[in-house]
Design a protein around this ligand. Structure first.
Ligand SMILES: Cc1cc2nc3c(=O)[nH]c(=O)nc-3n(C[C@H](O)[C@H](O)[C@H](O)COP(=O)(O)OP(=O)(O)OC[C@H]3O[C@@H](n4cnc5c(N)ncnc54)[C@H](O)[C@@H]3O)c2cc1C
Length: 415
């Protein structure tokens, strides 16, 4: 069996891909398979979802959307993409608190590594998980709810504790968002006002190419029920046309800008739900840096601009609120995410990663688990104070290591 991830930068090594059509079928398959690894919508850029054994996708498990208006939750099949149920949720009068830049990723695949959007008060997408229903190594079902002792260790699991079958997410009354883009924010304005800029809208993304022109675009997503925009934006100018983060690329696939209000699911991502890119031709890396080091970290990356720019499409700066999920890159710290969308220059990017990692290591930067990175595995324990407890949880729930793969053996178990 040969299949690749979305970006096409790697072929999975799995011997087979199982596609159960129900939770019961998933349980039988897990019980009967000695080593198995969950595969989501294949949007990760590294081998986090790979295995030399068997992969299993939960995309065929029916969505069976259940909205609980009293508890303010929605429960869905774990293989659902956000795009598949967001409209239905909205029609019923409800919303999720945030989304990633692309709505085409699966819920289980997003929560397993701590995928995030942006916003000072918005935790990563894993923080909206209220419960998970997971198939364990013996084919049993384990349901963990927020507040249960193992819950904070089990949500950001990197796919290592079991195969998540259904997920319950917090919801809130639906809301509209209006998106505006401002252009040409100078480095001086950005670094002198980082906190004010990050707090200026519900979700803020600053795009840069690390050139002298600073942040070429800042995308401001404001809730219509939130505070109105202020006048001048630190010397940046409002865009007069719809924009794509990359200069010269047509903006038809980007979510509506120019302040036109629309539903949360059609404004919080950067790219439209109706646009389904089947593959990528790009690589991505991201480092989550504690907010208190944000400006210094930006300056450290700027110093590497001559090395970075030849291989970069664009970088994005976002903020993520702290959480309590043990392996979440935003565990215990409000963070600034410094993201890189690279050209598919694989050897050059691989050579650059240790340089960027070294430059950001003094700020305790945690790499995004689903993107390319080259952090020394020995440092993961320093970056994640609950790592030992996570290993104990994994040993307890999966003593035979049925769900482990080379990625977690290296980065999580230090094997
Ligand atoms: C164009 C693009 C834009 C992106 N934008 C963002 C962004 O805005 N913010 C951000 O943080 N990331 C972003 N990413 C990264 C991406 O969201 C993450 O890598 C995410 O994990 C991908 O989810 P997936 O469904 O494709 O999972 P996969 O990549 O297939 O798997 C990821 C992990 O989830 C586990 N998993 C999947 N299903 C299950 C299950 N049922 N049970 C247990 N574990 C499971 C896998 O084992 C693996 O460990 C982007 C990626 C792309 C390609």
């Amino acid at each position: 069996m040969t299949s690749t991830n979305w970006a096409g930068n790697l072929s999975y090594s799995a011997s087979d891909l199982l596609e159960p059509g129900s939770v019961d079928e998933l349980r039988e398959m897990v019980a009967a398979t000695p080593r198995i690894r969950a595969l989501g919508s294949r949007h990760s850029f590294n081998r986090i979802a790979d295995t030399t054994a068997v992969q299993v996708s939960t995309a065929g498990i029916p969505l069976d959307i259940e909205i609980d208006e009293t508890d303010r939750t929605v429960t869905v099949g774990s293989g659902a993409t956000y795009g598949e149920f967001a409209r239905q949720l909205d029609r019923a009068g409800w919303a999720l608190h945030n989304l990633a830049s692309l709505p085409h990723i699966s819920v289980a695949g997003a929560i397993a590594p701590g995928t995030h959007g942006s916003g000072d008060r918005n935790g990563c997408l894993s923080t909206e998980v209220a419960a998970i229903e997971m198939v364990t190594a013996d084919g049993g079902i384990l349901t963990l709810r927020r507040g249960d002792p193992d819950f904070d260790g089990a949500v950001v699991s990197l796919g290592t504790l079991g195969i998540v079958a259904r997920v319950t997410l917090d919801i809130e009354p639906t809301f509209e968002v209006q998106q505006d883009v401002v252009e040409n924010l100078s480095w001086h304005a950005l670094t002198s006002n980082l906190d004010a800029i990050a707090a200026s809208a519900y979700s803020v993304s600053a795009f840069t190419h690390w050139g002298d022109d600073g942040a070429t675009q800042v995308w401001l997503k404001r809730r219509s029920d939130g505070p109105p925009p202020t006048g001048d934006f630190f010397g940046a100018s409002p865009a007069e046309l719809q924009r794509h983060p990359l200069p010269g690329v047509p903006a038809g696939n980007t979510t509506t800008q120019l302040g036109v209000p629309g539903p949360w699911w059609d404004r919080l991502p950067h790219f439209k739900l109706g646009f389904t890119p089947s593959n990528g031709e790009e690589l991505q890396s991201e480092y989550l840096v504690p907010r208190r080091h944000g400006v210094e970290a930006i300056e450290a990356v700027r110093a590497l601009a001559p090395l970075i720019r030849p291989h970069l499409f664009v970088s994005e700066l976002r903020t993520i609120a702290a959480d309590n999920l043990w392996l979440s890159p935003s565990y215990g710290e409000d963070c600034l995410g410094i993201h890189f969308t690279w050209k598919l220059h694989v050897p050059e990017v691989e050579a650059l990663l240790p340089v960027i990692d070294h430059a950001l290591s003094r700020f305790s930067a945690r790499p995004h688990w689903g993107k390319v990175f080259d952090t020394d595995p020995a440092r993961i324990g320093e970056l994640y104070p609950r790592l030992v407890e996570f290993r104990e949880l994994a040993d307890r729930l999966d003593p035979g290591g049925k769900f482990r793969n080379g990625f977690v053996d290296r980065w999580v178990f230090g094997a």
